[in-house]
Design a protein around this ligand. Structure first.
Ligand SMILES: C[S@@+](CC[C@H](N)C(=O)[O-])C[C@H]1O[C@@H](n2cnc3c(N)ncnc32)[C@H](O)[C@@H]1O
Length: 223
């Protein structure tokens, strides 16, 4: 990590304001950053959502994956989605209303303050870990919200390793660009954060080690 100034992502108001600003053009930004649909599909597969389960989506953004999650948990399950950005949340709520998803609860809330006494069977960080100023706190919070036997899946990305020679030289431009668009943190490798969290995990890589799906399972015997 090589920061020239404090990480602004530690301020939830700053994060919310940034995503509020880009919500209108977010689908195009995703195309610009060549996010592979295969990685999203793999994350959904790794989640292994079953009917009747309780699922938490961390950083739902516009909510594009919520209809699929709602269909998987069915009428006996529950999907809760949290996001810091009021504009993203409003858009995700109207998407749910359009799909008639009464059982999806979209909340404008910081994951780090989210309370769920009965816990979750599945937790999904869908391209959101990279926008946390303290990713270890986010993973720790997810772990404490996960029921024994539950699964946490992290879908995220990092700078393409093959382009190291280029990205090292252009870091100030990359930081500037990311902070004004999808907000991913080029100084943080979220796959390293998953490893640092110290939970047993599996990593699946896409596009030459740029995007990944990490799966962690909470033991049924350890709390
Ligand atoms: C890069 S966007 C991903 C949106 C969506 N999941 C997708 O894949 O298109 C990251 C989202 O995480 C949200 N986020 C960042 N920090 C958060 C936090 N502490 N609690 C809840 N949501 C957060 C942001 O507001 C933003 O909408």
């Amino acid at each position: 990590m090589n920061r020239t100034r404090p990480n602004p992502r530690t301020d939830p108001r700053w994060v919310a304001a940034r995503y509020d600003r880009v919500a209108w053009c977010y689908p195009w930004l995703e195309k610009l950053f060549l996010v592979p649909t295969t990685a999203r599909r793999e994350a959904m597969t790794q989640l292994m959502v079953q009917p009747g389960q309780r699922v938490l989506m961390v950083g739902c953004g516009l909510g594009r994956s919520l209809p699929r999650l709602a269909a998987l948990v069915g009428d006996s399950g529950r999907v809760v989605a949290v996001d810091l950005s009021p504009v993203m949340v409003a858009k995700a709520r109207s998407l749910c209303a359009r799909h008639g998803l009464a059982l999806v609860d979209v909340r404008c809330e910081n994951l780090l303050e989210h309370l769920a006494p009965s816990g979750y069977d599945r937790i999904w960080f869908e391209f959101s870990l990279n926008s946390f100023g303290d990713p270890q706190a986010a993973l720790q919070q997810a772990w404490s919200l996960l029921r024994p036997g539950g699964r946490c899946v992290v879908l995220d990305g990092r700078l393409p390793p093959r382009l190291n020679w280029l990205t090292r030289r252009t870091m100030p431009v990359i930081r500037w660009l990311l902070e004004r668009t999808v907000l991913g943190d080029p100084d943080m490798d979220p796959s390293n954060e998953v490893v640092r969290a110290g939970r047993s995990h599996q990593l699946h890589w896409f596009r030459g080690g740029t995007w990944f799906v990490a799966t962690m399972e909470k033991s049924t015997t350890i709390s």
